[in-house]
Design a protein around this ligand. Structure first.
Ligand code: GLN
Length: 208
């Protein structure tokens, strides 16, 4: 049912291959986005985890900022971890000018260093379903101060970790490192609704 979709994954640095893999398993077409022209004809973009300062630098080096800004204002986007930092309204690091697509503040590396990375099961509300997502928090940011239009879909230890605002989804953790398609399905379902006005409520019912 996702075969009509063309999903780009920003492939400048970081964990883009796992996202490509999961989208591919759900039968949508995928494309690695490395230049502005690669966005042509895509329905949506995933900005993966990695190092947000590096991805930020490469976006500028390849002169992608303006075209990405235009694309993100008009298409669904899912940012994981470093991707969520780049999509925020505000980041506690002067080196990063975020895209401001979702109305949240973000504090980088807020759980500590690499050795403080951890795995958790996160209880999330995806549409009408309450699900448990496998979640790796790897030098994850902490999100605060969500604006009135932001919906918190999951919290962990009192912090919002999965949020959406219209067609923008952010997760501060990685599910794509695990063999669980639920969050990818949820995002593709959003893309389907945004682009084709079609929804299938069974989309994220099964983890198979
Ligand atoms: N700590 C990284 C950053 O601030 C994000 C880590 C990740 O994406 N897993 O960019």
């Amino acid at each position: 049912m996702f075969t009509a979709l063309h999903i780009g994954v920003l492939a400048l640095q970081g964990d883009f291959e796992r996202h490509l893999h999961h989208v591919h398993l759900l039968h949508a077409a995928t494309r690695e986005v490395r230049r502005g022209a690669d966005l042509d004809g895509l329905d949506a973009l995933i900005i993966p985890g990695g190092e947000s300062t590096t991805i930020h630098k490469l976006i500028d080096r390849f002169a992608m900022r303006d075209i990405l800004t235009g694309f993100l204002k008009q298409h669904p986007v899912w940012g994981t971890c470093a991707g969520s930092i780049l999509l925020a309204r505000e980041v506690d690091d002067d080196r990063i000018t975020p895209f401001g697509i979702i109305d949240v503040a973000v504090s980088r590396n807020a759980y500590g260093r690499q050795v403080h990375s951890f795995f958790a099961s996160v209880n999330a509300r995806l549409g009408k379903n309450q699900v448990i997502l496998p979640a790796s928090f790897i030098r994850a940011p902490i999100v605060s101060d969500p604006g009135p239009d932001v919906c918190v879909l999951a919290e962990y230890e009192g912090h919002p970790v999965l949020l959406e605002q219209r067609d923008c989804l952010i997760s501060t953790f990685h599910t794509e490192l695990h063999d669980d398609p639920m969050l990818t399905r949820y995002f593709l379902e959003k893309v389907l609704v945004a682009t084709h006005g079609r929804s299938d409520s069974s989309a994220y019912r099964s983890a198979s």
